[in-house]
Design a protein around this ligand. Structure first.
Ligand code: MSP
Length: 518
């Protein structure tokens, strides 16, 4: 057991200009696996996701559909909520920036920044990319083949000249550098940390934080011709969900500063530079960790609506099943690196790792118990060194996976998990319990008991990643629903001889491609 902690995990809030694709599902999935793991490990967890609904980009998308912006936001935001259901995300809250609680919070933050002298009125003249909702310096832009000026992400930029409030970002350079130096874990992985440090070292310009050329946003208090810059509005969601400005309420005190804020590397700068600067200026603690993961690509190109190469998560789940999709996305690529998406890769993972290895182990164990032990947990006799070695590996799995989860490495946790699956399958092959049933039935029972106990460990530890499969396996093992958390991963709660097991059923189907239509 580790001491009980309060853990706050957040995803970015997604723009509602877009229907959700696999990239959006990925960040929330990674957060979900962490959140579920920590809950089962006995911690108090708050897991937040939501939608980013203001700004020029959303206003333009709404205009194209002919809907008023809020009606448009309601519609698209509902798709993101639908995704949380389809992927079984266990978020505790879902925030929308058009909600009253959020508007109140952002308005209070702005007022605080003004009081602290961090905001001043000036005028902005420069390049702006609506697609990125980002300002770019002239030297960050280039001309593309069509002669169009684009930002570093390839998004077209337009010249903007208007009165604007500014946030004194330049004044935070030293404090930010001090934060990074004192807390290298503030930005992870390390390569991203290095990028952020060198960006800040190269100097920070004050940030334009209001716009006057459109209206879809939160009005600046006292100067409603201006709406707030959508990033200042959006980043505040992480504290508005906790009831900011009421920093004394139980929720805020318990969960702020956030434990891990995850996002794609595309929006690292907003989270690792602007966000802590806003917080410092408002006298709020900074989060403990900003973790930027990589991109899912297709043929090397980032999956995104603007490139037209999206993968629909709803379709994937319908085709391969939820657990296989979740497992694939989490296991295939280390969080932090880019990964190229392919259907072959999913099929390979689901057949090799899930159907042939993990599924087969559970299925063999449970059917042999049906056949050779009358469907009840057999009584173990004296254990051999091989039995003890396998059980020791099972007992070592939770602490190993915990270390991986604590460093936001679900792929590593799953690779440790699979290592036990492979060990256990090897053990079955070597011990050959089907043969022992005929020659040494008592020994055969010991082997089956060891296997059932190992499968119990695996099923409990599978839950954060593959919630349906974990639950089905635990059902077959007749483990009560209140006996499935990680405190049960000790010999004290080992499989009790004599308990009748439920009918074994395959949990992981093999994926067989439909023959092409003639
Ligand atoms: N609204 C802002 C975030 C505000 S947070 C205060 C935004 N929204 S977004 O809809 O564009 O979502 C971007 C995020 O979606 C990325 O940071 C990442 O988490 C996820 N992904 C979008 N495409 C992705 C891939 N191709 N691959 C992996 N993740 C991707 O930015």
């Amino acid at each position: 057991m580790t001491a009980k902690r309060s853990i706050y995990i957040t995803t970015p809030i997604y723009y509602v200009n877009d229907t959700p694709h696999i990239g959006h599902a990925y960040t929330t999935l990674a957060c979900d696996a962490l959140a579920r793991f920590h809950r089962l490990d006995g911690h108090d967890v708050l897991f937040l996701t939501g939608t980013d609904e203001h700004g020029q980009k959303v206003e333009k998308s709404a205009a194209k559909t002919g809907l008023d912006p809020l009606a448009f936001c309601d519609k698209v935001s509902a798709n993101f909520r639908e995704l949380t259901r389809a992927m079984k995300f266990s978020n505790d809250d879902f925030i929308r920036t058009t909600e009253e609680r959020h508007v109140r919070s952002v308005t209070a933050l702005w007022t605080k920044l003004v009081e602290r002298g961090a905001i001043y009125l000036g005028s902005y003249a420069g390049w702006y990319a609506v697609r990125d909702e980002a300002f770019y310096a002239e030297d960050e832009t280039t001309l593309n083949d069509a002669g169009q000026r684009i930002g570093p992400t390839g998004a077209p930029v337009e010249w903007v000249e208007e009165p604007s409030y500014f946030f004194k970002l330049s004044a935070f350079k030293d404090r930010l550098l001090e934060l990074y130096a004192k807390h290298p874990e503030f930005v992870r992985p390390e390569t991203r940390y290095n990028e952020v440090v060198s960006f800040v070292k190269s100097g920070l310009r004050d940030l334009s934080v209001s716009r006057t050329s459109f209206t879809w946003g939160i009005p600046v208090p006292g100067d409603p011709k201006h709406v707030m810059y959508v990033w200042l509005d959006a980043l505040t969601n992480y504290v508005s969900a906790l009831g900011y400005p009421d920093t004394q309420n139980a929720q805020f005190r318990k969960f702020w500063p956030a434990t891990a804020q995850l996002m794609g590397k595309d929006i690292l700068r907003f989270h690792a530079v602007y966000w802590p600067a806003f917080l410092m200026a408002a006298d709020i603690d900074v989060p403990r960790q900003i973790f930027a993961h990589g991109w899912w690509t297709r043929e090397g190109q980032k999956i995104s609506k603007s490139l037209g190469n999206v993968i629909d998560p709803f379709e994937l789940v319908a085709k391969y099943g939820l657990d296989a999709v979740r497992y694939f996305l989490l296991r295939e690529v280390p969080l932090g690196q880019d990964g190229d998406f392919s259907h072959q890769a999913i099929v390979l993972r689901m057949n090799a790792d899930l159907a042939n290895a993990f599924g087969n182990l559970a299925q063999r164990t449970l059917s042999l118990i049906q056949k050779n032990a009358a469907g009840a947990v057999p009584k173990p006799g004296a254990r051999t060194a091989d039995d003890d070695a396998l059980l020791a590996n099972a007992h070592a799995l939770l602490p190993a996976m915990r270390t991986s989860i604590d460093t936001c490495a679900p792929h590593a946790a799953l690779s440790q998990f699979m290592a036990l699956v492979y060990d256990a399958n090897k053990y079955v092959d070597v011990q050959a319990p089907w043969a022992l049933a005929k020659t040494h039935p008592a020994r055969g029972h010991t082997v089956l008991w060891v296997l059932a106990e190992v499968v119990r460990h695996l099923a409990i530890l599978a839950q954060p990643f593959m919630p349906d499969a974990g639950a089905k396996m635990l059902e077959q093992l007749a483990i009560a629903s209140d006996a499935r958390d990680f405190t049960r991963l000790t010999p004290e709660y080992a499989m009790r001889p004599g308990i009748a097991l439920n009918k074994p059923e395959g949990v992981f189907p093999r994926y067989v491609d439909q023959p092409p239509a003639r």
